[in-house]
Design a protein around this ligand. Structure first.
Ligand SMILES: Nc1ncnc2c1ncn2[C@@H]1O[C@H](COP(=O)(O)OP(=O)(O)O)[C@@H](O)[C@H]1O
Ligand SMILES: [Mg+2]
Length: 365
């Protein structure tokens, strides 16, 4: 067994009556990886995690951890631990008692127990908090205590089901970075469930994007964001402009697409498994659509008219109408030297350009 497949999920399904909560999913997770399961509510993330934990019995398939099939191992004997969104800590116990709770069956000496809890308090940046009541902690601190309690047993795998979901935005962003650092420090493999794409992009080594029980795409954050292979993934991970069309020429890492309403678009890069005549969708991120008032040299520039814009301070979202097209094209422009307020204001003609590398070809929905 290689580190490439520290956790191996093979043809795994879980059906609840007619509902295929998880539907024939196969993928591997590497040792020490921060791996996210990302997808909209109801796509099967929790069910998949609960099968790894042993709280749910698969309808079909098998899971391996460190080479061992785990289906027949009861939950408490699996080398995993789970952290939930609602911090499962005991409000009537102290922080120390809460963290030590995970060790209660381990027959450790008192001194050993104290040493381990002290270490754990250090790890979650709460040294000196041991004797506090758990009910005296903030939300972020409670979630750290829950983490410490899960990690003190040194599981091979930590399963986290939307652990930051109950925190407000600012605290959540801070905890994302802390949790990421903590994972690097302890080196334990994390399988992290979230429906928040930014959270997954920020924290993960790799992400599995799930839809309706399937693992649609698995890759590193930047690859999924910049070179998605499916319209669903392109759309779920941020905002995207989509242009329908037909491939008119392809070869040498470059394709020309005759679009329905944006003229010819040239796309350059990988994902070129298409043929001339194929119906495709061209996807371009808003931050890759440049707006200019003067006509650019680029012959493929498209003329449009500013319809509306949202001024966001550091940047602006500008919606541009293109003749013959119903959806406006979205450009997210940086507000360098006040450019966004100049271009975004009022109704006027603009030119849209983008690089050939930023145009990604996708199969139709
Ligand atoms: N115990 C259950 N009984 C019946 N249906 C369930 C059960 N648990 C989950 N489901 C269904 O399985 C699907 C996936 O649920 P879940 O794994 O909780 O999704 P997620 O965590 O991605 O929001 C949903 O349609 C949900 O209603
Ligand atoms: Mg869930």
């Amino acid at each position: 067994m290689s580190d490439e497949s520290f956790i191996s999920i093979q043809s795994l399904s879980k059906h609840f009556g007619e509902v295929r909560a998880v539907d024939d999913v196969s993928f591997d997770i590497r040792r020490g990886e921060f791996f996210a399961l990302l997808g909209p509510s109801g796509c099967g993330k929790t069910t998949l995690l609960r099968m790894l934990a042993g709280f749910e019995i698969p309808t079909k398939g098998e899971m391996f951890i460190d080479g061992q099939p785990i289906s027949n191992i009861p939950p408490h004997e699996r080398p995993v631990n789970m952290v939930f969104q609602s911090y499962a800590i005991f409000p009537h116990l102290t922080v120390r008692q809460n963290i030590a709770f995970g060790l209660r069956k381990d027959r450790l000496s008192k001194a050993e127990m104290i040493r381990m809890v002290d270490e754990a308090l250090e790890m979650i940046a709460l040294p000196g908090y041991g004797e506090r009541g758990a009910d005296e902690l903030s939300g972020g601190q409670r979630q750290r205590v829950a983490l410490a309690r899960s990690l003190i047993k040194k599981p091979k795998v930590l399963l986290l089901d939307e652990p930051l979901g109950a925190l407000d935005k600012k605290l959540r962003e801070q905890m994302q970075l802390e949790l990421r650092d903590l994972q690097r420090e302890v080196g334990i493999t994390f399988v992290f469930v979230t429906h928040d794409q930014e959270e997954a992009l920020t924290m993960s080594d790799r992400i599995a994007v799930m839809r309706a029980g399937e693992a649609l795409e698995i890759d590193e954050p930047a690859v999924l964001y910049e070179r998605p292979k499916t319209p669903f993934c392109a759309d779920f991970l941020g905002t995207m402009n989509f242009f329908g069309g037909k491939v008119s020429a392809i070869g040498g890492g470059e394709a020309t697409i005759q679009t329905e309403d944006m003229g010819q678009i040239v796309s350059r890069g990988p994902n070129m498994d298409f043929r001339s005549g194929d119906d495709v969708i061209v996807a371009i991120r808003p931050e890759n659509v440049e707006i200019s008032i003067d006509k650019p040299v680029d012959a493929s520039a498209v003329l449009g008219r500013v319809r509306a814009s949202a001024y966001l301070g550091d940047r602006a979202h500008v919606y541009v109408n293109v003749e013959g097209r119903s959806d406006p094209v979205l450009s997210a422009m940086q507000n360098l030297g006040g450019a966004a307020s100049r271009i975004g204001r009022g109704e006027h003609d603009v030119w849209l350009t983008w690089s050939e590398e930023s145009a990604v070809i996708l199969p139709p929905v």
